[in-house]
Design a protein around this ligand. Structure first.
Ligand SMILES: *Cc1c(COP(=O)(O)O)cnc(C)c1O
Length: 227
């Protein structure tokens, strides 16, 4: 896994530069290194280079890595589609879930969060392009789910996440991210404690940062192609 350290340095510089060009502070954007389908050795290299937040999209694969690496400095984020039968594993091993899109899943995560762990930080995944094939709540349903999550004792609502359809053009890439930002502002105006916008990946993180992303989820540009 040659190059992870160097890739991280480049990405961090790019994130900082993009944030500053957008009139934001350089540390207002957090890098989540998406380590799905990457070997443990690559994660350990990234951790040695100061990267502490990692994202996984398959519960069992993520937990295998979490239990093998056991580095207390690391924070693990679940970013994949969450099946009902996997909520317990996720509640027991991850610090964040970015992909909550149903009240049933949220209830289970809260019920199954172990007492000795801090509240599970969650984002609501929003289907910003209203694509039939994608997970996520509709834009006009996010408020209701957010209110319901506020009543769940072991979840800490942090924000919104999206995974928009691919677009090549920068201005076109901004459109779905702007929708998520505006939804976040709307929910904040209603009193919800939204401080996180999880948006932007290797191909579109610049557009996401310009639109206010606070966590970019980047895999390929950090680790190279997935096996
Ligand atoms: C894989 C994945 C990413 C990272 O994608 P890259 O294009 O490799 O940066 C981000 N978010 C989610 C939800 C993913 O599944």
């Amino acid at each position: 896994m040659i190059g992870v350290t160097e890739n991280l340095r480049k990405i961090r510089d790019l994130l900082a530069e993009t944030a500053e060009n957008a009139g934001r502070s350089r540390d207002s954007v957090q890098l989540l290194a998406v380590s799905k389908k990457q070997p443990v050795s690559a994660i350990i290299e990234a951790a040695s280079a100061g990267q502490h937040d990692f994202g996984e999209n398959q519960a069992q694969e993520g937990i295998d890595k979490i239990t093998e690496i056991t580095d207390p400095r690391l924070t693990w984020h679940f970013i994949g589609h969450l099946q009902t039968n996997k909520t317990r594993l996720v509640a027991e091993h991850f610090a964040w879930v970015h992909s909550v899109d149903r009240l049933k899943t949220a209830r289970r995560l809260s019920d199954q969060r172990p007492d000795e762990l801090p509240d599970l930080k969650v984002c609501i995944q929003v289907n910003v392009d209203e694509e039939a094939s994608k997970s996520g709540v509709a834009l006009d349903e996010a408020g209701e789910l957010a209110d319901a999550i506020m009543d769940l004792p072991r979840l800490e609502l942090r924000g919104l996440m999206c995974l928009p359809a691919m677009r090549d053009e920068f201005e076109a890439q901004r459109v779905p991210f702007r929708r998520l930002r505006e939804l976040g502002e709307h929910l904040r105006d209603k009193g919800l404690p939204i401080d996180t916008l999880s948006m932007g990946m290797s191909a579109d993180f610049r557009a996401a940062i310009v639109e206010g992303s606070t966590i970019v989820r980047i895999g390929t540009a950090v680790f190279g192609p997935r096996s």
